[in-house]
Design a protein. Structure first.
Length: 304
């Protein structure tokens, strides 16, 4: 294994699906799912080159890339769920038109957004408003709101980790991380080599969300409003800025390894103990099948 390969920092990222994994590379994307019959189904697609200025400009690019990533990830998640249906369920599902399916997906996404805003934006501010000692100045208030957000976030992750189906998805999440780590280490992509890797990765979405929560504390310290609805509205308006800053920080964490990035990544890596679990051999096989089509012939194209 050459020194060059040991230091490779890949742009490839992924997402755990239902009984599968999606990987995104520079030129191609792929998803690999374990079908009910035991076979691995692989879908591969070409990715359009990123040419739009708003997807390449620092701070701004994070907002658009995050939204696109969420949309594509949700689409793959729905596809992976369909692959687990039996023939009878598939025939019934096919009766639904594309418009109907898109409408359902739209409603689910809106509801998810409303719940997220309620839990992480409104609820912390509403709770803090009951304690006078926490509302004396905006710095103390913002810190208290941020701590409550983090408690809710960790509590949510811990609760979902107890669910059997979610736990299995977290195992696929671990397989995704370990496989990317194996590739970055320059090792051959085999089950045994992947098993040896750590299941925590600095570019994980869990770390991104945690960094966004920390950034929200700092940004909200600058907001002078004290009324709950005003602070909620300010949080929503400033969310793109928070996402943009967090996106740049997670890129730095994935690209460099130094004291700053280690400190930056440490909380997220620790929380990944909840959102990733050790995968079995079959889950690792899916991860390998998903990442292989995403590796470009020229590794220079894949370096940060």
């Amino acid at each position: 294994m050459s020194e060059k390969n040991q230091q490779h920092k890949s742009k490839i990222g992924g997402q755990a699906l239902i009984e599968g994994i999606m990987m995104n590379g520079v030129k191609k994307g792929a998803m690999a799912c374990r079908l009910p019959n035991g076979e691995i189904d692989v879908e591969i697609w070409d990715k359009k080159p990123v040419t739009a200025w708003y997807r390449k400009t620092p701070l701004i690019r994070g907002i658009f890339n995050f939204v696109i990533s969420m949309k594509d990830g949700y689409s793959c998640l729905m596809k992976s769920a369909e692959k687990q249906m039996d023939d009878e369920e598939t025939e019934e599902d096919e009766k639904l038109s594309d418009k109907a399916m898109n409408a359902i997906m739209g409603v689910v996404m809106v509801l998810s957004l409303v719940i997220a805003v309620g839990l992480f934006v409104f609820l912390p501010k509403w709770i803090v408003n009951f304690a006078d000692v926490l509302t004396v100045n905006r710095f103390v208030r913002s810190l208290a709101e941020g701590i409550i957000k983090i408690i809710i976030f960790i509590g949510y992750l811990a609760a979902t980790a107890l669910m059997k189906d979610v736990k299995r998805t977290y195992e696929y999440h671990g397989a995704e991380h370990k496989t990317i780590a194996c590739f970055e280490a320059g090792l051959e992509l085999t089950v045994e080599n992947v098993k040896k890797q750590v299941r925590f990765h600095p570019r994980c979405g869990t770390s991104f969300i945690f960094i966004t929560l920390i950034i929200s504390i700092l940004v909200m310290c600058l907001v002078p409003f004290t009324v709950v609805w005003q602070r909620v509205l300010s949080s929503v308006i400033l969310l793109p800025l928070m996402v943009g800053i967090s996106y740049e920080l997670i890129r730095i964490a994935g690209r460099y390894e130094n004291i700053f990035t280690k400190i930056l990544s440490a909380p997220g890596l620790y929380i990944q103990r909840l959102t990733t679990k050790e995968p079995d051999d079959k889950e690792i096989e899916c991860a390998i099948a998903a990442i292989k089509p995403c590796i470009p012939d020229n590794l220079e194209e894949d370096k940060w």
